[in-house]
Design a protein around this ligand. Structure first.
Ligand code: DC
Length: 222
């Protein structure tokens, strides 16, 4: 069974998707981490973010790998080109670089194929932007999480501060809105809810309530 969880930046996807995976004891797959890993490597290698051919080549030559300790549902690390990039992919520099990288058709083709392989033959909670629309259009459960821009900026700023990056909330909000705009208006798999997804606005909702709502849906679909 595939449980697809899509939504914009900082909509609570990661927290919710990991909690659902732990609750159901099924594997969690963070597809955003894959785009981030490719963006990180592009920055490392000095590839221009408008050099679409080189970005596509980079993605296909460097598969993203996840380590799951002892069958745990949530990966403990993300690797690309043999390097552990688990923390590095959460930096403001990668935040700024990832949307243009994720807009490249060739990068998406490669990563979508990897995502289908990674979730093959096992129940998986897959989080991203295009999971219910493109990667797994036949997913048994599809949820699209949203939250107001103010709430999303507040959540993302708290995450960044916890990781030691001092940033203003207004700056975080304008960066989130810029990223949403690129993600929603790109021609390759723009961010949009699948017509058969349940749309959950998580503004003011506790994580537990959101997780309960999704688990109830999964149980009904089983
Ligand atoms: O969920 P996130 O913030 O880690 O995602 C990082 C970027 O990757 C975001 O700008 C959108 C892009 N992305 C995507 O285009 N398709 C996905 N399935 C997942 C993420």
């Amino acid at each position: 069974m595939i449980i697809a969880i899509d939504g914009p930046a900082a909509s609570g996807k990661s927290t919710v998707a990991k909690a659902v995976a732990r609750r159901l004891d099924v594997r969690h797959l963070d597809t955003g981490a894959m785009y981030r890993a490719v963006a990180w490597l592009a920055l490392e290698e000095g590839i221009a973010l408008d050099d679409r051919a080189s970005l596509a080549d980079l993605a296909s030559a460097n598969p993203v790998e996840f380590d799951y300790a002892h069958g745990a549902p949530v990966a403990t690390s993300v690797r690309i080109a043999g390097l552990d990039v688990t923390s590095a992919i959460r930096s403001p520099e990668v935040d700024a670089a990832v949307s243009p990288v994720a807009a490249v058709h060739g990068v998406r083709e490669t990563l979508v194929a990897q995502q289908r392989t990674l979730a093959d033959a096992r129940d998986t909670v897959v989080e991203g932007r295009d999971i219910g629309t493109v990667v797994f259009p036949d997913a048994e459960v599809k949820v699209f999480l949203t939250a107001s821009a103010a709430e999303r900026a507040r959540r993302r700023q708290a995450d960044l501060v916890a990781q030691g990056h001092a940033v203003e909330q207004a700056e975080v909000r304008s960066r989130l809105e810029r990223r949403d705009h690129i993600d929603s208006t790109r021609t390759a798999s723009p961010l949009e809810a699948a017509t058969d997804a349940e749309i959950l606005d998580t503004t003011g909702m506790s994580v537990d309530r959101v997780v309960d709502a999704i688990v109830t849906r999964v149980e009904a679909a089983r």
